[in-house]
Design a protein around this ligand. Structure first.
Ligand SMILES: [Zn+2]
Length: 404
């Protein structure tokens, strides 16, 4: 089985500049390779991975900035293009067999849709102090919150939607099982979003968003100040002062949360044609006194509101699906695990063997339900085979969207 461990990186300013540059160049290369292939496709000359890989030294001569990138990282870009094309040709074949109606040509990746580079075999190492050494970048501070068990196969360095950096280690462990490749899902133009406690939002493409630490801290302080206020005598001077403090902090927390949710919702609304959330009203997420939950709760509904509003303005579609069964249904084969417990973080499918993060499984199911809702998917379709989404014409925006 292949397992993924993901750790936060803390690059220095100079390292971040190098990482940004590396990501940009790889994206340019990714976008240039298909052009070469499209030309070849039209002239019926097939260009394959080896051909493009062989051109890398030439590329470095013509564009010396590519010398700053470890050669295997560049080879991996060629491999990604290759995979995208293999899928394309497979789908073209399957259209003839009537399995699909459409085969999306591999898409051009804008800045926000190209977020990671991979070191496929070498060029990386974990230092004794738990930091990460990357060839051509340096030694990066890494927060390794758990040990990596098994043999590391690849390291993927990614930048998330709020600009934080992560290293994901793919590890081969002895257990049999199946690993879901999420790279294809990112090409679908749609995204399912599971709202939760472990992560504020888990996306069907395998990424997630957490509540920023400063916001959690500010919320905690606010709760403390509110408790102090309730202990002060009514009508006293001190109570008046404390009331001011609480009101001020309240305003700050609100502003910080809004800023954060704006960032995330902007990213969602500008990068995806179809966004599917679970319907929070049906999900019965009532207010409760557990702090972590109440913080997430406030951000959840704000995130759905803002995204719905912005996506609607941009002619995109947001749907809210019935969350019933999204956690306990296998996102690959549809088998239902009736005895799924709240504490089960990994979903194990007894039918097809899928082992997948619980929230990611739910997010993929939410994505599929959203596709069905707008008539672009069927229950039998597994997420990695869902067809590319055509541009949406009629936005499904809830009536009475909030005014922002
Ligand atoms: Zn299954």
């Amino acid at each position: 089985m292949i397992k993924t461990y993901r750790f936060r990186l803390y690059p220095s300013a100079e390292q971040e500049r190098l990482l940004d540059q590396q990501l940009d160049l790889c994206r340019e290369l990714y976008n240039a390779f298909p052009e070469q292939r499209i030309l070849a496709y039209k002239t019926e000359k097939r260009i394959n991975y080896n051909y493009q890989q062989d051109q890398l030294p030439e590329l470095k001569n013509a564009f010396p900035e590519f010398r700053n990138i470890y050669s295997q990282v560049l080879q991996d870009v060629a491999r990604r293009v290759d995979r995208a094309y293999e899928n394309f040709f497979r789908r073209v074949k399957e259209i003839k067999q009537g399995k699909h109606r459409k085969a999306g040509f591999p898409r051009f990746k804008p800045v926000n849709r190209y977020r990671s580079v991979t070191y496929p075999q070498s060029g990386f190492g974990i230092m004794e102090n738990g930091h990460l050494k990357l060839t051509k970048i340096g030694i990066l501070r890494m927060f390794m919150h758990r040990d990596v068990e098994g043999e590391i196969k690849t390291v993927t360095i990614s930048r998330d939607r709020v600009g934080d950096w992560f290293a994901s280690f793919s590890v081969q462990s002895g257990l049999p099982g199946i690993h879901i490749e999420n790279t294809e899902l990112q090409d679908q133009g749609g995204l399912g979003i599971d709202l939760g406690i472990t992560h504020l939002a888990t996306m069907s493409d395998g990424t997630f968003v957490d509540t920023p630490h400063f916001l959690v801290k500010a919320e905690r302080q606010l709760k403390r100040d509110q408790r102090h206020l309730s202990r002060k005598k009514k009508g006293s001077n001190n109570r008046g002062k404390q009331k001011m403090i609480v009101a001020k902090r309240h305003r700050n927390v609100k502003r910080q949360r809004e800023d954060f949710v704006h960032k995330v919702s902007n990213d969602l609304a500008s990068n995806y044609g179809l966004l599917s959330f679970e319907d929070l009203n049906i999900a019965g997420m009532v207010r409760n006194h557990h702090l972590a939950k109440s913080i997430s709760n406030a951000s959840w509904s704000m995130l759905v509101q803002y995204t719905t509003y912005k996506a609607g303005n941009a002619g995109k579609v947001v749907v809210q699906v019935n969350p019933k069964g999204t956690s306990k249904t296998c996102s690959r084969c549809g088998w239902v695990k009736d005895d799924l417990k709240l504490s089960d973080r990994i979903f194990h499918c007894s039918d097809c063997g899928l082992e997948i993060d619980r929230d990611l499984n739910a997010a993929i199911n939410i994505h599929r339900l959203g596709m069905m809702e707008v008539g672009r998917g069927t229950p039998e379709v597994t997420p990695v085979e869902i067809g590319a989404l055509p541009a949406m014409a009629t936005p499904v925006v809830e009536s009475g969207s909030p005014r922002l």
